[in-house]
Structure formats: structure tokens, C-alpha cells
Ligand binder design. Structure first.
Ligand SMILES: *[C@@H]1O[C@H](CO)[C@@H](O)[C@H](O)[C@H]1NC(C)=O
Ligand SMILES: *[C@@H]1O[C@H](CO)[C@@H](O)[C@H](O)[C@H]1NC(C)=O
Ligand SMILES: *[C@@H]1O[C@H](CO)[C@@H](O)[C@H](O)[C@H]1NC(C)=O
Length: 703
């Protein structure tokens, strides 16, 4: 990763976010999204009979190659014939080569677009005069909604039925802790009227509209709510009338990603007792009451490989497009499964064997399969990486930036950023220049001394390590030629998350020296040798401490109310050990981690699972916790604000000492095409659940 950073923004430096003249009340937060800065998707298509001529696979890029484009849908010719005129009020006498409805992420927020592509793409496409016809017509379908700052949200899984766009959105706060905001909406593209189809108090994912348009199927936790699952979800399948969400009924226990073959047949995925994700079929009764008991369920794909995210068309409902992970491949591919013959046909493996392909969809006539994958050919190539990506903020005067590194922290002047690089501690100028390694060993968490210029603290040693492993608090003077690296702890145990007091005299950190992780305070210059004061004590984990800018509080994360149970709440304590109080708890058994103080000391930013998950994790690249969102809260516990909306893992947030102007970086999205990993739990040699130590949560880079 260091080498990647070297490329970054040499071309774009003039477009970097700039420090503004002080905006009154303006603040900025920088946070990490696990791996996210290292991939960008586009939507491609192959003919369903691609294997007829495998020497010349006619793979076509449909989306623009500029943004992060995913989860496509081919409108049927009936629903789309009037769509262009509907959307533009212009009648067109020509038909596009491709029409697509899809999710596009721009400025860190997803929205839904309709693209019509005319001529010029594909091997055999007719050439047309560019003057005569636009090459690509791009129409945002939820533009008005997205203009409203308060409605900044995640949009996902669009489909079209007649004049209706059906999609997932997270713009309504359920006001219920540890509950997903994802719900299904329909928008009449003619009238602009939007209707919520999911009942309030419930979250729905992965909507699919039946061929007639009458029914919509979803994966949902229903009334039971999210149980904290992050791999295979324990969702059930429900159907309801697309018209108004009525006649909602549960049709399948345990299943996800439904798709309709006809108005009474659903395919879906489920991880069976044998641990293989497989495709199942549910046949709804054609007469009488639809209920769990009247639905016939049958497994369609065999054990021995993972098969998931099915899609089909009513034109050829025996053919299911699926994603697979086969034991002999570490890549996710799109294949066609014939339910009559039980045979698979490889589709994308011949085209790009070493890329992951996601979430297939099928044209209404069954002739084309669409999917998304990282753009490029999968070969690593030199690329410009954005150090900062503007993320649209739902709060005025608060700018948000995704940063392509982990555990960032700003120098007191705000001109430099320290970060952990797994391994190594690095420092970079805020404009992306002068990146250098200042400590080469394993290290995580970073903090700058508020007084002594150029002094950075970190935890040197393995992250996510058991309490018995050795991690030391060190300080590094990054300005000195002979880099002055000083080991501050001497106990040889697991010490981490140093945070200096505002006068630079003390360090609070967590240490596992008693076998349990509690908070301690030591001299910032001389370290533990000059004495150690214990701040908290108990057989639980107190961690991720952050000393307030006023000096009177230390915020930290703790599982003291459920020791070892994996849940973490935010607490405050005075440095003299008095005043302990709970600041925030994410439901029962939830997580709140990595608190960090606003420069004025009046609020904190942190990461939490309070908003549950926003999409089925299997439909994304790997995120250890596909749910961390960035929140802020005031010191008195009021004004809880959700800042990010996505299905990624957001974490390690930090405030900039000064306001940074958001910039439009839309057209600059040019990242290495395939720098991510597929879901680890799809690896066949790794079937057992890989429990990550809950002690340290939030994003980290894969080495
Ligand atoms: C945002 O900034 C404007 C302009 O500086 C200021 O007038 C306003 O009070 C600020 N709003 C908040 C909520 O801080
Ligand atoms: C199309 O025309 C109607 C009626 O004139 C108008 O209300 C609507 O805003 C127009 N839509 C677009 C996309 O221009
Ligand atoms: C502890 O520190 C807090 C905040 O600095 C202060 O208000 C309080 O009086 C102190 N308590 C004692 C017993 O020193």
C-alpha cells in the first residue's frame, strides 16, 4: 500500500480539499472504510450463450467507467419504451442499444441512475454520428430526493415495474437502536410520488418485483430484528403487493436474495446445514391462502460449491444466473444453472478468470446477463489513488472524508496525518506529499502530542492480538533526522491506544497487564518507568481511550456491562478517576468503538453498529463488519447523528483540527481496479467461523 500512495494525486493536487478560512461552526471528520478506497466497480454484460464462441467473448462495459457502479437491472422493453420520453420529455425515434438502471456511488453516497447507451460500444455496435445522437444518456432517478441534505442515504437494488422504480433506501430513521434503516420504496417516475412499502419498524433488503409487477419479494428480519449476524443472514422471505405494500406475508423461513421466475415461483439463496450456500426454489400456492405452510421449498443446487445471488427472467425461467465460489477457484464467477439438467455453464471465467464478479441480473428476454466487477482486466496497474474522498454529509457545516489509510490522526496544526499501514507507522502531508515511514514494525492506532511538535504515539505490536501478546506504547519524533523512537511501556504486556493529555504531560492507554484490559495513565515523556496510575479496574475490557481537548474527560469503549460478550459501549471518566458515566450504548449487545473528541470538546465521533446492516453482506466484497457507521454525539448524550450510509465497514474516525472544504471529486475516481478480497467465509478451506477478537474493532488494512 505504501507504493500506491506514492501515485496519489500528483495529477490532482490542485483539486485537493483545501483548508478554508474558518467557517463558523464548521468541522471535518476523516474516517476509514475497510478496503473501499482500493476498488471501483462497473457493470458489464455478456450474452447468455457466450460460450458458443469462447474465443471471442463479447463482454461489454455498460456503465461509464468513472464512478463506482453496481447492482444493475435491465428494464424490460415494455417498461422502458416510454422511459426516455418520460424522463426527458423528448420523443426519441431511435432505440438504445442498452438500457440500465443501477446504483452509482458518487461523492461517497449511492444513488440510482438510468443510462441509455446508443451505438459505439461492443465489438459489432453500429457507429453513429456523435453529433446526431448522444452516446450515453444518463438520468438520475432520485435527483430531487438526493438534493435534500437531510435525506443523504444509501440507495440499493433498483428495479423497474411500469412507471415505478422500486428500490432500497436508508433515509428514514427508525429511531430504534441497533436497527437497520433499509426499507423498500416505490417511486412513480411520472408523478414523482414516493411510497414506503416496508412497514415502519421493519427493515427489508434485496427487493425483487415479479414479472407481472404485482408482487415484490424481500429478505427481512421482520419483527424479530437484526441479531447481529454479519455473514449469512438469518433473514426470512416476505412478499407483498408492489402497489402499496399490503398483503405482506412470510413465505420462506431463512433465505435471502429472492428473484421471481413467474408470479408464483421464487428462487433464493440460503446456507444449508452442510454449510454450502445454495439456490432454493419456493413455489407459492396458485389458489387459496399464501402462508409458510402452503409454500413448497426445494433445494436446487448441489453441495460442493457455494451458489448465491440468483437472477432469472420469465423468458427462460429454468435458467438461473448465479454467482459461485468453487473449491478450485478463489474468484467469484457468474455461471448459468439449468434447473432441468442440473448443469452449470461458466460465463465469466472465460473472460476474466482472475476477477470477482458480483450480483448477476438477466434481461427480460433472457439473452443477456449483467453483473458488476472491478474495472480493468484485473491486472494491477498504476493508478491514481485519492487520499481523501469527499463523502456527502447529512449535516451542514460538517464535512466528511473517507481516507485511504487506517487509524489516521491529524497533527495539532492539521497539516500532517499519521496512520498505521500494517505494518509500519507512516506520516504524510495533508496534501498527499512527503509520505514516509517513521516506524517499520507492526503498529496500530496513532495520536500526536499536542505540545511537542512532531511527536507521534502508537501501539507497536500485533493488532487484534490476545491479551498475552506483547504490544508497547512508543513515541516517535518524526521531525528528527535520527528518528527518535522511544519505548514508553516496560511491562511487556499488551498495551495500546495511547492518547495524550492536552498539556502533553500524560498518556492514557489501555493495558492487559493484569490479564484484563483496563486504562492506565503514565508520563508522556518518561513513560512507565516514572510510574503508572491505574484509572479503571475490573475483569472486563476498557479500550480505545481518547483524552478530551479540555483535559477533563477521557472517553473510552468498554464491555464492562457484558464482559467478553462482544458488546462495547462508550463511557466517560475524569482523569482523576471520578465521574464515570455511560455516554452511548448500541442496543443490547451492540458496539460503539473508537471515540474521538471534536476539537472544541463538546462532541465525539465514533463508529457503531447502531444502524444495523444496510444490504446482504454476501453481495459485497469482504468487510469484517459490514455495518460500522460513523456517528456523532454531544457530551451530554444528546443529538445522536448518523453520518454515513453504506453497506461497508466504516471506522477509526478522527476530527481535523480545522474545517476542510468538501470538494467535488466525482470525476477523479480512478483507483486500482481489483484491490479487494472476497468474503472470507466463502473460502472452502476456511469454513469455520473466523471470530475476530472484539477488543479492537473497526477497519484495518489487509497487508
Ligand atoms: C454554518 O455556517 C454558517 C456560515 O458560516 C453559519 O452562519 C451557521 O451558523 C453555521 N451553522 C451551524 C449549524 O453551525
Ligand atoms: C415533463 O413535462 C411535464 C409537463 O409539462 C413537467 O411537469 C415535467 O417536469 C417534465 N419533466 C421533465 C423531466 O422535464
Ligand atoms: C476530578 O476531576 C474533575 C474534572 O477535572 C473535577 O471536576 C473534580 O472535582 C475532581 N474530583 C476530585 C475528587 O478531585
Amino acid at each position: 500500500m505504501p507504493s500506491l500512495l506514492l501515485f496519489f494525486l500528483l495529477h490532482f493536487s490542485s483539486l485537493l480539499p483545501a483548508f478554508s478560512a474558518k467557517v463558523s461552526g464548521g468541522h471535518s471528520i476523516v474516517f476509514t472504510t475497510l478496503g473501499r478506497s482500493f476498488y471501483a466497480f462497473d457493470i458489464y454484460t455478456l450474452p447468455a450463450d457466450a460460450n458458443k464462441n469462447p474465443s471471442l467473448p463479447d463482454e461489454i462495459l455498460i456503465t461509464d467507467g468513472q464512478y463506482v457502479n453496481f447492482n444493475g437491472y435491465f428494464p424490460s422493453s415494455t417498461s422502458s419504451s416510454s422511459l426516455i420520453s418520460l424522463l426527458t420529455n423528448q420523443s426519441h425515434s431511435f432505440t438504445p442499444d442498452f438500457e440500465l438502471v443501477y446504483v452509482t456511488e458518487r461523492n461517497g453516497i449511492s444513488t440510482i441512475f438510468y443510462d441509455a447507451v446508443f451505438g459505439g460500444i461492443g465489438v459489432s455496435a453500429r457507429r453513429r454520428s456523435e453529433l446526431e445522437i448522444p452516446h450515453r444518456l444518463q438520468i438520475p432517478l432520485l435527483d430531487e430526493e438526493q438534493k435534500n441534505e437531510a435525506r443523504v442515504s444509501f440507495k440499493d437494488r433498483p428495479s423497474l415495474s411500469g412507471d415505478y422504480l422500486v428500490y432500497v433506501s436508508t433515509h428514514e430513521d427508525p429511531r430504534e437502536s441497533r436497527t437497520s434503516w433499509a426499507a423498500v420504496y416505490s417511486r412513480n417516475l411520472k408523478s414523482g410520488l414516493t411510497r414506503r412499502l416496508t412497514p415502519y419498524g421493519i427493515a427489508d433488503f434485496s427487493p425483487s418485483v415479479s414479472p407481472s409487477g404485482i408482487w415484490t419479494a424481500v429478505a427481512s428480519y421482520g419483527e424479530k430484528g437484526w441479531a447481529g449476524d454479519v455473514e449469512e443472514l438469518s433473514t426470512d422471505l416476505y412478499i407483498f403487493l408492489t402497489r402499496d405494500g399490503s398483503r405482506r406475508v412470510k413465505v420462506v423461513e431463512h433465505g435471502g436474495w429472492p428473484c421471481w421466475a413467474d408470479d408464483s415461483t421464487l428462487y433464493f439463496h440460503r446456507r444449508g446445514d452442510d454449510q454450502w450456500l445454495s439456490i432454493y426454489r419456493a413455489i407459492l400456492p396458485s389458489h387459496g391462502e399464501i402462508s409458510l405452510d402452503s409454500v413448497i421449498i426445494e433445494r436446487l443446487t448441489p453441495p460442493g460449491l457455494h451458489v448465491f445471488t440468483p437472477a432469472t427472467s420469465s423468458a427462460n425461467k429454468n435458467l438461473i444466473a448465479v454467482a459461485t465460489r468453487r473449491p478450485d477457484s478463489s474468484f467469484r464467477h457468474i455461471e448459468l444453472f439449468n434447473i432441468v439438467t442440473g448443469e452449470f455453464k461458466e460465463l465469466t471465467k472465460t473472460v476474466s478468470p482472475n476477477s470477482h464478479h458480483f450480483n448477476p441480473f438477466v434481461s427480460a428476454d433472457g439473452t443477456r446477463i449483467g453483473y458488476h466487477k472491478c474495472r480493468g482486466d484485473g491486472n494491477r496497474r498504476k493508478s491514481n489513488l485519492l487520499l481523501f474522498e469527499t463523502v456527502r454529509s447529512p449535516v451542514s457545516n460538517l464535512s466528511l472524508f473517507r481516507i485511504a489509510v487506517s487509524f489516521p490522526s491529524f497533527s495539532p496544526a492539521g497539516d500532517r496525518i499519521a496512520y498505521a499501514n500494517f505494518p509500519g507507522l507512516y506520516v504524510i502531508e495533508r496534501d498527499g506529499s512527503n509520505q514516509r515511514e517513521v516506524f517499520s514494525g507492526a503498529a496500530f492506532s496513532t495520536a500526536w502530542d499536542p505540545v511537542r511538535k512532531g511527536v507521534v504515539y502508537t501501539s507497536a505490536g500485533p493488532d487484534f492480538a490476545p491479551v498475552s501478546s506483547q504490544v508497547d506504547i512508543i513515541s516517535v519524533n518524526v521531525d528528527e533526522e535520527e528518528r527518535n523512537i522511544k519505548k514508553l511501556t516496560t511491562n511487556g504486556e499488551n498495551n495500546a491506544f495511547p492518547s495524550p493529555s492536552p498539556d502533553g504531560k500524560w498518556i492514557v492507554f489501555r493495558s492487559g497487564q493484569t490479564g484484563y484490559k483496563n486504562l492506565y495513565i503514565m508520563d508522556a515523556v518518561e513513560g512507565e518507568s516514572k510510574g503508572l496510575r491505574r484509572l479503571t479496574e475490573g475483569q472486563w475490557t476498557d479500550t480505545m481511550c481518547s483524552w478530551s481537548p479540555e483535559g477533563d474527560w477521557i472517553a473510552f469503549s468498554s464491555d464492562r456491562e457484558n464482559p467478553g460478550g462482544g458488546s462495547f459501549d462508550l463511557f466517560l471518566i475524569h482523569p482523576n478517576g471520578t465521574g464515570l458515566r455511560k455516554l452511548f450504548q448500541s442496543g443490547l449487545g451492540g458496539r460503539a468503538n473508537h471515540p474521538n473528541w471534536r476539537p472544541d470538546g463538546k462532541a465525539l465521533v465514533f463508529t457503531t453498529d447502531n444502524a444495523g446492516i444496510s444490504g446482504e453482506p454476501v453481495s459485497n466484497p469482504h468487510h469484517y463488519q459490514p455495518y460500522g457507521e460513523i456517528y456523532t454525539i454531544k457530551l451530554d448524550g444528546s443529538d445522536l447523528q448518523r453520518l454515513t450510509h453504506n453497506s461497508y465497514e466504516d471506522g477509526t474516525p478522527t476530527w481535523s483540527p480545522r474545517y476542510i472544504n468538501p470538494v467535488n471529486v466525482e470525476s477523479l475516481y480512478d483507483v486500482e481496479p481489483c484491490g479487494f478480497e472476497d468474503c472470507h467465509w466463502l473460502n472452502q478451506n476456511n469454513k469455520a467461523h473466523n471470530h475476530v477478537s472484539p477488543v479492537l474493532t473497526g477497519p484495518r488494512c489487509s497487508p
